[in-house]
Design a protein around this ligand. Structure first.
Ligand code: SF4
Length: 964
């Protein structure tokens, strides 16, 4: 763009003084007026971030004083963003005069984000200054859920919780204690705390998020997440809107564009013309749930056209096992392997895939050829989207990885590596042994292969009388709003026999915290300590999220003991909280808990936060040398730069790492498959006469054939398969107005439930209408803005229609993250984003919600709160969804069969109805679809499967006596 002449209106406005006259002769007050630079010059300036040696005293002009030139001095302190999992680098600009954080910019020293952020990074400042934030610990007054709160001290909170935990542990009620986490954002900390207490108490949100895709990847190669090397790829395939949202999206987006700039082609499979699809070379608007059919068609083309990587298939898949198990009549030769695969997938012609998905056969063929030609440089990603939405959604990731295997792109430069290869794992002090408990409320025996905790079923399991939660933490976690069937969560939270003491640890009010006993304010990105490391590219890094005001105080010679002393109000952080709590659970050390939280340097004394992080950082490869070079400790180095690059990008083909001579001592080789075993554990595999580490699967190779699936009663899924979804066209009754609703997509500027306190983000996105193609709208007689009644299996919600060509005909969609609410009696919170609603439960299990008022301007210290112009806070759709856990992966299958109709005369925008009796019946229906444990040898889960917070191996065997 560069400099532009003023328009006619600008000139008039300048002349009459409505805006400053920037074009008058000699106005040039600034030394360098940006308007006179070319785009290239501006780009160069943004590269020129203040150098670290000036971070303690950086001077720049106050933009708010413009056009006056007012100098401001800042202290710049790095931290990381907490608004999605990417943990991009941020730098906080702290006004030296007021001691307040004034803004956030990127951190150019962060190897993942390289100085860049999405809109949610800088919006951290909104969250910090939100007038509705919770500043002090609170305890409920009156009945739970009645909205009355009183301020308490941290001491009271800690004493209340620790006494209850101590009692439960002493009475051997370990399984009644649970920590349920939404956004984790930290590496390793809770893996230290919970096993130290001896509980199997971790529950996560993963089964409503990513466990479907994880399961599909895991079956193949023992790793559960992909790390695509986009920047080096020749062809990129995304089954999601990954360029604009999702995990690692800003770091990935940068590299996808880099790849494209070097000539890579991008293809996106999505029924919506998302921003990602619009930036792609190929958009495949597939019917939801049919993605695996398209991928298998591509696989067949690659096989038939001979575009596969023979060397990789021959050496790194378990093809001999496949032929021996499924083709006993055939000789075990590589040629027969290829022929058998072609035969197995012969029905998956591009024409069949077109019939299923609606994606043109010619496009499928063209993309398949391009993928085959890209060879090892084929990068792909599937995270939530299809994997998180369909019955059998896990098969999508499995079929996608099939293409990666066929091309030999697994772990290759420009290909797709396992995520763990690009991730640092911290080593904590006093590592506790795995707990000897298995909590069947988290991993019920009906779901032996569930990749993560069956967290969406927790309220139903409680309702069914299968246990209770005596001490329950919801931590940055809002199931009443985010999860399907929020009213069942609410019912259980209101029952003190089901949830004993509920502590909500949250930086902001949310719909779940309304039903807590204690609400504990936890720090936002710049108010807490965490370690981050994510697979953003073909390299490895570690970053340090730190409380910037605490660090500023330290640098300015006023150190504090606890982070809440530096944060606004008494906002604390989890790390110090858990250490304090652990000491109070076991004050004299007699329970064997306290010892884990003692200083590694000062025996018998409590570990400090600096000691904890120093212990970890001094064990990061390369960091001690880098710190020494600057005369700093490892901890100081991380507080200064906020991140460290452990490896630049040579993390390729790690499966080929040779086993060292000392590792090979005392090993034996399995004659059947070349697996190398030591002391009963598999440690590698023989490939081409070399002993290498391979993959963590039973064959140590990519498992095209999964004996595990056969052993665990799913022989029909022994090889990559297409599974027809619960919302397949065959099961929808179009004559009754049934459609598939895609409820999963995210608007790029929103955070699951934590953007309600970020005014800039809500200003950009504040509604969630139903996307509908013009042909469908015409059929119904809908135009944009008309009300539509969306009937789900357990109730309905009333939304507005948005008629758009960006939606595949026959499919409707509604974005996630919008439709936040509070009741009149609740504490005011998130007023930028919440509707005020009325909730009624006149008949048992029959819940109605209606909107009393939308979003309105309000008085506060922030003048912008009076300037709110948007009124519509959207509609809460997830609460009308029933639980639909995939019987194998355990993943909640988000897509909904909905019956569309026009609302009645008395029905209003935002009306919601749910029958939780029905939802419990649906829970039972889906439960009946499972094939429960035990598996072989009395196991409740395959031993080679990872498990979050993996307990002691003995617990994997179903033995009721042991569990008592
Ligand atoms: S991509 Fe995620 S971590 Fe990065 S700036 Fe955006 S919200 Fe923050």
């Amino acid at each position: 763009m560069g400099y532009k002449k003023p328009s006619f209106i600008e000139s008039i406005a300048e002349k009459i003084g409505i805006i400053p006259n920037l074009h008058k002769e000699g106005y040039q007050e600034f030394d360098q007026d940006m308007r006179h630079f070319t785009d290239e010059e501006v780009a160069q300036m943004y590269e020129n971030f203040p150098p670290p040696e000036k971070w303690d005293d950086w001077v720049e002009y106050d933009p708010k004083a413009w056009p006056k030139k007012v100098k401001k001095s800042y202290q710049i302190i790095p931290t990381t963003c907490f608004n999605c999992e990417s943990a991009c680098g941020l730098t906080a600009f702290i006004d030296k005069e007021t001691g307040e954080v004034k803004k956030f910019e990127g951190n150019p020293y962060h190897p993942g984000s390289r100085g860049r952020n999405c809109a949610k990074g800088p919006a951290t400042i909104n969250q910090l200054t939100d007038p509705d934030r919770i500043l002090f610990p609170l305890k409920r007054k009156g009945k739970r859920g009645e909205g009355e709160w009183e301020r308490i001290s941290w001491d009271e909170a800690l004493d209340t919780i620790s006494a209850r935990i101590r009692k439960a542990l002493k009475e051997d009620r370990h399984n009644e204690i649970a920590y349920h986490v939404g956004r984790p954002g930290a590496e390793g900390f809770m893996n230290w705390v919970l096993p130290a207490w001896g509980i199997d108490g971790h529950n996560s949100h993963t089964n409503i998020c990513s466990s479907g895709a994880r399961f599909g990847y895991n079956l193949w190669y023992g790793y559960d997440r992909p790390s695509p090397d986009h920047a080096e790829a020749k062809f990129i395939l995304l089954i999601s809107a990954h360029l604009e949202s999702g995990h690692y999206f800003n770091p990935h987006a940068q590299r996808i564009i880099e790849g494209k700039m070097k000539g890579a082609k991008l293809a996106t499979m999505d029924p919506r013309l998302s921003n990602t699809a619009s930036m792609s070379d190929y958009w495949m608007p597939s019917y939801p749930g049919t993605e695996a059919a398209v991928l298998l068609a591509m696989a067949l083309i690659i096989l038939e056209e001979g575009l596969y990587n023979r060397d990789y298939l021959e050496n790194w898949t378990n093809w001999q096992e496949y032929l021996k198990a499924k083709h006993t009549d055939k000789e075990v030769t590589f040629e027969n392997y290829i022929a058998a695969m072609i035969e197995e997938y012969s029905e998956f012609t591009p024409e069949f895939a077109e019939k299923e998905s609606g994606v043109k056969a010619e496009m499928i063929r063209e993309i398949a050829i391009k993928i085959g030609e890209a060879g090892e440089r084929f990068a792909s990603h599937n995270w939530r989207s299809a994997g998180a939405s369909n019955l059998g959604g896990w098969a999508v990731a499995r079929c996608l990885h099939f293409l990666t295997v066929l091309t030999g792109a697994v772990g290759a430069k420009g290909g797709t590596s396992p995520n763990s290869w690009n991730k640092f794992k911290p080593q904590v002090p006093h590592t506790p042994k795995p707990q000897k408990k298995w909590n069947e409320l988290h991993f019920p025996n009906e779901y032996p292969l569930a990749f993560f905790e069956m967290s969406q079923l927790l309220p139903h399991l409680l309702k069914a009388g299968r246990g209770k939660m005596d001490v329950y933490f919801s931590r940055v976690f809002n199931p009443v709003w985010t999860y399907p069937d929020g009213f069942t969560w609410m019912e259980m939270f209101l029952d003190e026999d089901k949830f004993g003491l509920h502590t909500a640890m949250t930086p902001t009010w949310n719909e779940t915290a309304f039903f807590a006993d204690l609400v504990l304010p936890m720090g936002l990105a710049s108010e807490r300590h965490d370690i981050n490391s994510y697979a953003t590219h073909g390299g490895t890094w570690v970053a340090f999220r730190q409380p910037v005001l605490r660090e500023a105080a330290r640098r300015n010679g006023k150190p504090v003991t606890y982070t809440y002393e530096a944060n606004p109000g008494e906002v604390w952080e989890e790390d110090e909280f858990w250490i304090e709590l652990s000491w109070r659970i076991d004050p004299d050390g007699s329970m064997g808990i306290r010892k884990y939280f003692e200083s590694p340097n000062r025996p018998g004394e409590k570990i400090t936060i600096e000691e904890y992080y120093q212990y970890i950082f001094e064990r990061v490869e390369g960091l001690p040398a880098a710190a020494k070079k600057e005369g700093l400790s490892e901890f100081q180095y991380m507080t200064k730069y906020g991140a460290f690059e452990i490896e630049k990008g040579e993390s390729y083909k790690k499966n080929e790492t040779p086993l060292k001579p000392e590792q090979l001592e005392g090993t034996e080789i399995d004659k059947k498959n070349g697996v190398i075993r030591k002391n009963g554990k598999d440690i590698g595999v023989m490939v081409n006469g070399k002993a290498v580490v391979g993959f963590p699967t039973p064959s140590r190779k990519n498992e095209f054939y999964s004996q595990t699936m056969v052993d665990w009663k799913w022989p029909e899924y022994a090889t990559p398969t297409y599974i027809k979804s619960h919302i397949h066209n065959d099961v929808l009754d179009k004559s009754k107005g049934e459609y598939v609703l895609v409820p999963t997509f995210r608007l790029p500027t929103l955070i699951h439930t934590r953007s309600g306190n970020a005014k800039w983000l809500v200003e950009i996105s504040n509604r969630n209408p139903i996307w509908m193609h013009p042909d469908d709208a015409a059929k119904w007689g809908f135009k944009t803005g008309d009300l539509v009644k969306m009937n789900t299996d357990i109730g309905y919600f009333i939304d507005k229609v948005w008629v758009t060509q960006s939606m595949k005909p026959g499919v409707v969609a509604c974005s996630h993250h919008i439709g936040r609410w509070r009741r009149e009696k609740d504490k005011t919170g998130n007023r930028w984003a919440t509707n005020t609603v009325n909730i009624e439960n006149k008949e048992k299990g029959k819940w109605k919600m209606s909107t009393k008022s939308g979003i309105k301007p309000f008085d506060s210290d922030d003048k912008d709160s009076k300037r709110i112009f948007w009124k519509d806070g959207g509609v809460h759709q997830n609460i009308t969804h029933a639980v639909h856990p995939d019987p194998i992966s355990g993943m909640h299958t988000w897509h909904q069969r909905v019956r569309i109709e026009k609302p009645g005369p008395d029905e209003k925008y935002g009306d919601i109805y749910v029958d939780t009796n029905k939802s419990h019946e649906i829970f039972k229906e889906w439960l009946a679809m499972t094939r429960p444990a035990p598996g072989p040898g009395g196991l409740r889960r395959p031993l080679w499967f990872k498990r979050a917070f993996r307990p002691d191996e003995s617990t994997f065997f179903i033995d009721k006596e042991k569990d008592k």
